[in-house]
Design a protein around this ligand. Structure first.
Ligand SMILES: Nc1ncnc2c1ncn2[C@@H]1O[C@H](COP(=O)(O)OP(=O)(O)OP(=O)(O)O)[C@@H](O)[C@H]1O
Ligand SMILES: [Mg+2]
Length: 258
């Protein structure tokens, strides 16, 4: 893992009326690491992603991405700087094929990598990029399947493919395994691990499945009531008494400590 910091927040806060959804959160994300955020329902994880991706404007604090202050920039600007963010509600076009969905994502959100080419060359370039991404997310052989016909687990892979298509440097994944059958989870995690293993992407993951989080993360931030409760490598988090008593035991009591 590199020491370079690609993303950092400084005293980031978001209040909704009287609720401090995110409160004074300062964290640093190392480039090309997999950095997870865990915490109980309502801890502020999704709000934090919304602040980082520009979907919400913070009440206070700053977001710095690749050394640039991006606080308050609209989401499309943040995307063009190289940040991809998944949403609970998918942006999949149900009546287009897997390949078309990914190609459109590459085109729509592309960082103009191919803009200087003539129309036909450009189309070919996006098409090639789409094939590459299809392979990367484990959907080879399903290129021509209509998105709506995919089983749930493959839809999630398609979503990750659509995020990857414009080649972002940072991916924010908010509960990618939500609603998936347990037996589908390992294959999705393989996809995420492979993206990480390539070594050129930073992944931030919000995930409730503790076995998944403990296995794949380089670093974990624990949030609780909008604040950072603890931070560390997975083993440290598992061993942390505050985390244990405040949260892990109660919420994830069925998870065996390795
Ligand atoms: N748009 C909003 N308006 C008002 N309150 C909000 C809004 N979005 C979030 N909140 C509140 O902010 C707090 C943090 O919510 P958030 O969705 O960030 O939590 P979370 O950690 O993602 O939870 P979960 O694990 O359930 O997804 C909660 O108390 C929530 O009710
Ligand atoms: Mg959430």
């Amino acid at each position: 893992m590199e020491d370079r910091i690609i993303l950092e927040t400084h005293a980031l806060s978001k209040h909704f009326g009287g609720i401090a959804a995110v409160s004074d959160v300062s964290l640093k994300v190392r480039a090309n690491s997999l950095h997870s955020i865990i915490g109980p329902n309502g801890a502020g994880k999704t709000t934090f992603f919304n602040l980082v991706s520009g979907t919400l404007k913070p009440t206070a604090g700053r977001v710095v991405f690749k050394g640039h202050d991006i606080t308050g920039l609209p989401p499309h600007r943040v995307v063009h700087l190289g940040m991809g963010r998944s949403f609970q509600i998918t942006n999949i076009f149900p009546n287009l094929t897997v390949l078309e969905n990914i190609r459109l994502a590459a085109q729509a959100l592309g960082r103009d990598n191919f803009k200087f080419w003539a129309h036909y060359r450009r189309f070919r370039a996006y098409e090639e990029r789409a094939h590459e991404v299809v392979r990367q997310v484990g959907l080879s052989g399903r290129e021509l399947v209509l998105a709506r016909m995919l089983p749930h687990g493959d839809k999630r892979k398609l979503e990750i493919g659509m995020l990857l298509a414009p080649n972002p440097e940072v991916l924010l994944l908010d509960e990618p395994t939500a609603g998936m059958a347990s037996e589908e989870v390992p294959r999705l995690m393989e996809v995420i691990e492979q993206i990480r293993a390539q070594g050129d992407k930073t992944l931030m993951l919000v995930e409730h499945r503790m076995d998944v989080v403990m296995n794949v993360s380089d670093w974990i931030t624990v949030m609780h009531q909008g604040q950072i409760l603890a931070e560390g490598a997975p083993a440290e988090i598992m061993a942390n008494q505050t985390v244990q008593s405040a949260y892990l035991g109660e919420l994830y009591g069925d998870y065996e400590v390795m």
